[in-house]
Design a protein around this ligand. Sequence first.
Ligand SMILES: NC(=O)c1ccc[n+]([C@@H]2O[C@H](COP(=O)([O-])OP(=O)(O)OC[C@H]3O[C@@H](n4cnc5c(N)ncnc54)[C@H](OP(=O)(O)O)[C@@H]3O)[C@@H](O)[C@H]2O)c1
Length: 260
Amino acid sequence: MIFNLVRPWAIISGGGRGLGKALCLHFAQAGFNIFTFGRDSAALEGLKTALTQNHVDCLVLRCDLSQAADVDLLCAKIKQLDQPQVLIHNAAERCQSFAQDLSLKALQNAWTVGVGAPVQITQTVLPEFMKHGSGCVVFVGSVFGLIGAAEHAGYAAVKFAQNGLAQSMGYEFREKGYPIRVYAFNPGGMNTRMHGPVTRDTLTTEAIAERIFKLCQEQYPWIPSGDSVAYVSQQWRGRLWFELRMLRRRLRSLCYQLIH
Ligand SMILES: NC(=O)c1ccc[n+]([C@@H]2O[C@H](COP(=O)([O-])OP(=O)(O)OC[C@H]3O[C@@H](n4cnc5c(N)ncnc54)[C@H](OP(=O)(O)O)[C@@H]3O)[C@@H](O)[C@H]2O)c1
C-alpha cells in the first residue's frame, strides 16, 4: 500500500509484451507510475493507453538496449523521474542455439541487453534510490540461470550472469548499509514470444508479475537482499522436483569437497 502523496515510479524494461506487460499492468493497478521501454513503439503506445485507465502516469520510450546511444538517452530520462522506487530488468534476447553453433554476435547482443545495459541503468537509478531512502531492483532471470539446458548455452550464460550480478549487488548494498534490495527472480516456462508455446506446466505472466510485485513489497521478509529465488511450476510436485535437483547438485559438490 502506498501512503506517500507522490506516486513512486516503477521502471520496467520490455513492457510492450509478455511478462513485461503483465508487470506494468500489475504495478500500475497498485498505484505506481510506470516508465517502460523497448524496441516496438506500437506495442508500447498500446500499453500506455491501457495503463492510463489506472489514473497513473506512464512514460514509454523506444529504446534498443543493445545500442549504447539508446541506453545513454534512456538513462538521461530516468534521471528526470521523481521518486523511482522499483527497477525491474525484464527485457531479454532469446539467443537459443546449440553451443557449437552459437554466434558470438548474438551472444554479445544478449549480454548487452541482459547484463551491460542493466548495470548502467542500475548505476543511474542508485543515487535516486539513496536520495529517497528505499529501492528495489529485480533481475528477471530464468530457471536456465540456475540449471543449464541443451540448446540454451548463450541464454543460460546471460541468465547465470544476472543471478551473479543480483547476488553480488545485493550483498554489497547490504554490507554498505544501503536501503536497497536486489533479487534475481527465476521463472519457469511461460507462453510468450520468447520461447514460443510452452505446452507443459505453463506459468501465467500475471502469476509471475504478482510474485515479483510481492517480492518488491517485502512480503517475503525471510528472503534477504542478494537472494535468487525460483518459481518454476504451478504444481508443488514440479517445484519440489526442481529443488531436489538443485539439492542433488549441492550434495555432489559437498561429497567432492569432503573426499578430496
Ligand atoms: N517465456 C519464458 O518461458 C521465460 C521463462 C523464464 C524466464 N523468462 C524471462 O522473462 C523475461 C520476459 O520474457 P518474455 O517471456 O515476456 O518474452 P517476450 O515476450 O519475448 O518479451 C521480451 C521483452 O524484451 C524486450 N527486448 C528484447 N530485446 C530488447 C532490446 N534489444 N532492447 C529493448 N528491449 C528488448 C522486448 O521488447 P521489444 O520487442 O519491444 O524490443 C520484450 O518486451 C525475460 O527476461 C526472459 O528471459 C521467460
